[in-house]
Design a protein around this ligand. Sequence first.
Ligand code: SAM
Length: 222
Amino acid sequence: MRLRHIPGAEEQIGESPYVIQEPREYRGRWAELFGNGNPVRIEVGMGKGRFLMELAAANPGINYVGIEMYSTVLLKAIRKRENLNLPNLWFLRVDARTLADIFGPEEVDRIYLNFSDPWPKDRHAKRRLTSPEFLAVYHKILKYDGVLEFKTDNRELFDYSLESVPAAGWRIQMYTFDLHHSPYAEGNVMTEYEMKFSAEGKPVCKLVADRAKPEESSRTPE
Ligand code: SAM
């Protein structure tokens, strides 16, 4: 995502009622913050937040947390969110590397990764959100039967993930190289990047994974 400095972005985020300023204080206590024990689902690298805002409006019985590390991007999400009444949606300005300090074991029910930055150079592989390093963080916070959902237009990152995810002990439940023309298209909620890329005719890849159980290590293609 191209970043242009927005003067005062840090201050506006620091004062925003939609951003949890000290998220580590809620580790193990997210149900208290939301005021209910509903499932907590997070999007890592939410960008401008379109996807989570649509999900939160459609599913008031589910809690959502949007994770974005860049203030300038998060500010755009905050501005959109200001016009919506969504008590089940909070934002965090943090690097996803720190998520295990913010959520306790099994505190998250589902993790969404949408159009994550591809980081094509080998020396940047650890920054990919489907790298072993990030998968280890997700493993710490995700419920035992929780799932990871990943969408991207980037075939190289997707092919990498089809190997990195099972190698880290996860089981790929489904995958497709063309989500919008697959049986999994029904109910799909589009992200900002997804709208842009699909308008350009680029196919969208998707996989869903959970933690491998010893007796179920194979994966089922579309
Ligand atoms: N998910 C949105 C969509 O599909 O429209 C935005 C996609 S954008 C390409 C990826 C976003 O992930 C960027 O806003 C970037 O700042 C964020 N991001 C990348 N690495 C991150 C990390 N380690 N922690 C939090 N956010 C991250």
